[in-house]
Structure formats: C-alpha cells, structure tokens
Write a protein that binds this ligand. Sequence first.
Ligand code: NAP
Length: 312
Amino acid sequence: MLETDYDVVIVGGGPAGMTAGLYASRARLKSLMLEKMIMGGQMMTTTLVENWPGFPGGIEGPELMMRFQEHCVEFGLETAYGSVDKIINNGDTKTLIVDGKEITTKAIIIATGVVARKLGIEGEEALVGKGVSYCATCDGAFFRDVPIAVIGGGDTAAEEALYLTRFASKVTLVHRRDQLRATKILQDRIRANEKIEMAWNSVVEKFESDNSGLTGAVLRDMKTGETRTIDIQGMFVAVGVTPTTSFVADLLELNEDGYIKSGEDTLTSVPGIYAAGDCRTTVLKQVSTAVGDGAVAAVMAEKYIDELDHQV
Ligand code: NAP
C-alpha cells in the first residue's frame, strides 16, 4: 500500500467541501479538509437560504454552515486552515504545497468555490471599505438611513438589494439590461419593495468621492449614452463571480472562464483529482448542487483509492 499523509485532501470548506468531508470520513478514509479563509465559504455571508430543503421558512446561511461543520467532523474529518499554493501530480500520489509545507495524499477534491468579481473601474480598490463593498451581510449595517446602490441583475444583486432595504433610506438597483437575471420570486419582491428604485440599462461609469469616501456614482444609459449622477454613500457590487482555480491552472483543464472541466462524476483531467461545487463547470450553482457534487466526488475518490490500494 502507498504511504501518504492522507487518503484524501479536500481543498475548500464550503457546502461542497464539507459534504465531501462527511462522506469521505464516514467511508473511513483518512481525510483532511483545508480552508483558506472562513469555514462555510460563501454561505457565511449569505442571509436567509430559502431553497435548502427541510427548512420551511428558510435558515440563515451561517447557521446552516455551522450545522454542516458539526456534522462533517462527527465521523473523524480533520479540518485545518491553510492556503494551497500548488498541487504536484506524482502519478499515484499527489503533493499539496500548503503555506510552504508539503502534504501527500492519494486523492484530492477541489471545492474552492468562487469569489466576487470586481467592476474594474478606476478608483474602485481605493474605495473598498470607504463605500464600496462586495458583501451586503458584512457591511450593510454601516449604511443606516443613507442612499446606496447595488450593481448587478442576478440572484446575488437581488438578494442584496432586498436585504439592504433594512438599513438604507433608498436602494438603487443598477442593471445593464432591461430585465433582471434573478429568479422570478426575487423579481416580484424587488417590484413590491418601495425602497428599491431600478436604474435599467445602466452601468457605472465613474465614482464620485471626497475625503470621507464615496459620495455618488455617474451612471451611463446603455441605450441613449446619456449620463447622470446619483448621490449614494454605499455601493454593493454583485456583478457575478470568478472561480478560485488559479492554483491549479497549470495542472487541470479549465474552461475559458476558469472553471475546472469535469463531468457528472466530478473527475477532472487528472486521475485522482475531483472538482466539486461552484468551482467546476456546472449548470446550476446552489447549495443543493454543491452538496450533491461533494457526495459524488467523495464516493469517486473512495473507489479510486480502493483500486489504487489493491493494484497488482
Ligand atoms: P450572475 O448570475 O452571473 O449575475 C451577474 C449579474 O451581473 C448579471 O445580471 C450580469 O448582467 C451583471 N454583470 C456582469 N458583469 C457586469 C458588469 N461588468 N457591469 C454591470 N453588470 C454586470 O452572478 P450572481 O448573481 O453572483 O450569482 C452567481 C450564481 O450563484 C448564479 O448561478 C446564481 O443563480 C447563484 N445564486 C443563487 C442564489 C439562490 O439560489 N438563492 C443566491 C445567490 C446566487 P447580465 O444579466 O446582463 O449578464
């Protein structure tokens, strides 16, 4: 039998990683789950999760993730904080370089998820923490009784706009088209909320600021080309996500947007390495699909390790 530190190392501690950890440790594999930032991943900055079955009325993202974590360590999963710099494929074994240290394993499950995309406009970085934010649940409460804007038209933008009406005096939802991408139930809630004003066919052209931070934004109408300034003290950017895959860009096949190519079996282009959740090519990005992926990846890894250990 091959001698390695672990049978399987799971990279990423969100819903996909935790489910993979639960299945792998319950299958009696020596398993380690590594997380770079916060156990629970994106769900830790989510408010009410309404589409995770079994919780009529919804459950708060952090509470759900605390339950996931409690559950996944029940069967002996080891968890640790660490950032994976690189993965080396030695064939039957793999080496992870984690904060400069080496960890050897037979199989790896990558469940690193996605991070919020930036607008890419001049001055954006300097205004982070001074009015510009990528997380409504983290920063929303700083904007009590002042006007703010949310940029984007997807589920995240819609959920953030609705959440932020708890604090802000007015929320302008700025979307580059004349129809939201967000799911219909969120669209209905946006329409019904008097605090939300839509800025259709509009993009942010420029930030306005003074020494204290953001004071406004210049919006450009995509159809007429006209510009107008809105007075806002906060801007929540929700224009989509980028997969956290740069550390495996030289090792695994990625698609043109950087997502890890894998099929229904979660297998990547390298035998023994699986991808689960939002970081892989999927048609849907939900807790439920991430959980399904985590389970599949762990079972596939178990089969792979079994064959590896019994090869003649
Ligand atoms: P998304 O669905 O990709 O939506 C991004 C939005 O930003 C789109 O409306 C897009 O416009 C707009 N956009 C992109 N680049 C832009 C730019 N440079 N300037 C202005 N607008 C720009 O991203 P997301 O909302 O973060 O959601 C990511 C995934 O997570 C999705 O699959 C989503 O369904 C899922 N999610 C699910 C839930 C839930 O089920 N409760 C909650 C949050 C997220 P266009 O529409 O014109 O492309």
